[in-house]
Write a protein that binds this ligand. Sequence first.
Ligand SMILES: C[S@@+](CC[C@H](N)C(=O)[O-])C[C@H]1O[C@@H](n2cnc3c(N)ncnc32)[C@H](O)[C@@H]1O
Length: 437
Amino acid sequence: MSQVLDAYQGIAELLQERHRQGLASDALIQTLGPATALDGIAPQSVDAVVMDPPYYDNVQYSELSDFYYVWQKRTLSDLYPGWFDDEVTDKQNEAVANPARDGSAKGAKARYEELMQGIFAESRRVLKPEGIMTLMFTHKSADAWETLTNALIEAGWDISACMPVESEGGYSTHQMNMASAASTIFIACRPADRSNRSPSGWAYEVRSKLESAVRECLAEFEVLKLNPVDRMIASWGRALRVYSEHWPVQDGDEEVPPTRAMQEAARVVAEEEVSRLSGGLVTVDDLDAESRLAVIALGINGLGEFAFDDALQMSRSLNFHLQQRNGNYRVSDDLVAYASAGDSERAAPLAIRGNKLRLFKPEERAAQRLEHPQTLWDLLCGLIVLYRDGGIVAARNYLSTHGKRDNAALRGLLKVWANECDEDDLRREALLIDYEL
Ligand SMILES: C[S@@+](CC[C@H](N)C(=O)[O-])C[C@H]1O[C@@H](n2cnc3c(N)ncnc32)[C@H](O)[C@@H]1O
């Protein structure tokens, strides 16, 4: 209630000056209805559109509203005739991705895009040519961002700026939903003038501009101390700005979809992350898929648990599959495996419990996998276990057996482990191994 009063007071104060000037009666038009039809607002008449749209499938507002609607209908319909004529609230025009309404996840994505495109087109109609539109968007999934970008571009908008802002309180419904990022991304858009624009080339033009924009924004975000997942999402915003400015983008004969821009941004973020964590000793190209994810997970959470959704999100951005593999398996560059913590042969680097993942500690990994390591991460775990059993001589022999005696990337990994694993004993041990090596 105090929030409602606060918001009401804020709006009233905004209008006070106009009221004093006698302008109040025509200064404010308030309408209720789907934003796909802003009836009563003349074309090119407003200076700014400020929008906080639904974040894809995050909150089903109308389904939640029904809970209150049916009670309000019984208590308020005499006072407000016409407000409660419908049986329940309108679901069809709600701009959300709702598989229950649209039959499937694919149908829900298409309907969200269609409704958002209608809203953006209507916003463009009422905005003055030099006007601006801002929206907030807080979602971790690449699908949600792709859909939003398609809708914006198709409705004739360019993204002109993108900035993460810490805005939602820890207890909001959005925040409790795992799909939500901790920061809200503010996106500013301008009506696109594409009259003299010809298609841009992905390989020679857009990709390199996008890479520089993402590196620049990562440097800029440093002061904001974003968590790595938010850093990734904020970087998508920047990548999509470059993409929308150059749209349509071609790679040979193929049209490049916005997902390519996001994947490229994710690659740059992972590259920066790996190099930052290892103090420049390891690059993303030195690492196989499992070691790459292990390094990033270590950087985000140490040895603690993290949401399965976060890992899934990363797998989509970094182009690998996340799969349960109990027992031994052959690693490949498009697979990162996890095993149940109770599995007797824990060859995978990640343990699953409920909807949380964590890194297995070296001593928890299957001895057979460490004897026959397939990834740099296996080798790091084997090195630590061997050192505990037989000191530096055993550790050196282990590395020599696997031809990695002087491997710089492995030493980099050992440094990341020493810096990021959150148990003092393990850190001291890693520093000692590094020193003795
Ligand atoms: C993220 S919330 C905005 C919350 C608001 N900023 C606040 O602080 O209360 C998105 C809102 O968009 C509304 N909405 C959904 N579909 C819509 C449509 N087609 N036209 C207009 N509003 C819609 C939802 O009912 C919800 O209230």
